[in-house]
Design a protein around this ligand. Sequence first.
Ligand code: AMP
Ligand code: ZN
Length: 487
Amino acid sequence: MSELRIYNTLTREKEIFKPLNAPHVGMYVCGPTLYSYAHLGNCRTFLSFDVVFRYLKHLGYKVRYVRNITDVGHLESDADEGEDKIAKRARLEKLEPMEIVQLYAVDFHHVLEQLNLLPPSIEPTASGHIIEQIEMTKKIMENGLAYEVDGTVYFDVEKFAKTFPYTQLSGRKLDELLEGTRDNLEGQDEKRGRLDFALWKKAKPEHIMRWPSPWGEGFPGWHIECSAMSTKYLGDEFDIHGGGMDLIPTHHTNEIAQHAACHHKSPAKIWMHTNMLTVNGQKMSKSLGNSFLPQELFEGKHKLLERGYSPMVVRFFMLQAHYRSTLDFSNAALQASEKGFHRLMNAVKLIPNLKTSETSSFSFEKLKTEVYHALNDDFNTPVAIAALFEGVRIINSANDGKDSITAADKEQLQKLFGEIVFDVLGLKQEGAGNSDKVEGLMNLILELRKDVRAKKDFATSDKIRDELLKVGIQVKDGKDGVSWTIN
Ligand code: AMP
Ligand code: ZN
């Protein structure tokens, strides 16, 4: 079996994965800023890391997966300008900042559960780690790489860059970054350099979220929370740090700088970045006005949508692109995914009932090798799915009596599909998760419906379908059989 290789943004190479303390693996992923509902693009990033988490566990690693919640310090622009996103929302809606975060956190967790993401091992909040952030800021100051101006503490990027490759992650040239920004220094005279960023911000009198610090009342900068929390839970060097690609130039570059200012190295060995979900080629983003919510997609309630798609179809749609490629949203692509998903799931259902023979007319080992080869190649889910579809073809053909399968291969096939489709890709049969009673009732109703159809009593068959729809259960008659979902 091939070894797992992961593309490392830091070295720009696919590296053989060797955990620092096998079998333990530490992974940190930048979580959401909960000032509004998470959109489908955000979900794509977390879903990609869910597959990483699941596959590492499948390989036998004991993974501590930390994904934070940003509930303070993320300003409107990445360049430390504007109001705190959550404080602003709280002010506008006349709510406590914690009420805002709670509202969106409940929704965020619900959506990720619908998409069948596993919860992370630890989900720390920035506001719960103010002391750790102050301590880290103090250490950076002691090391001479930060300075205070009137209650705000800035990281001195140019000084730091003299001893550490500040732009290693982004691959940009420091000179060009400085050139590009020097003209804008006007109005920024608090900072010594335009690239400097805040570790701690002085709170204006009207600012709601504020804590005492050695520099007066204030609140932490955005980047320092991830540095403080990743170190606290994963140590000063851990295996994987992840997030969306848009975080590379500022947030992650500054996270590395803060960490290196304390520990003289990058916090993580491997930096993984997911590519964007796009709409007509443009990044899905709240500010561009082209974003929609997962719930709108499930229910088909958005002007870009022709109809709704179930959470598992959406998950399958996302898995059909590699995490480092962009994925463009379209109705046609989702419809194709829906067909593929049902074909795959129907094949999985057929395996236990396949008739076995003395010989197999296919090579199970070849199929298995192809699946693992793809997943070991930087979690290449689309290639793994293509290999699984070769298995689907074999299953369907064995079911039709055109291909043959031995009892041993059948058992192996069931194990492979069970582990890869359910455990690693995180798909589940639609309707799974409903109680056994609901499953049992639906099986009975659809069985009876099959009987009346066999008698050509289509009026009763349609009545069953229509009445089920009225109570929110959608029955679909597809080429590969009947499926149902609870809306
Ligand atoms: P935010 O709440 O804006 O901090 O974003 C949470 C995560 O979602 C970050 O890792 C972003 O990189 C990621 N993200 C934002 N927009 C998209 C998108 N259109 N496609 C994929 N990931 C995204
Ligand atoms: Zn972060």
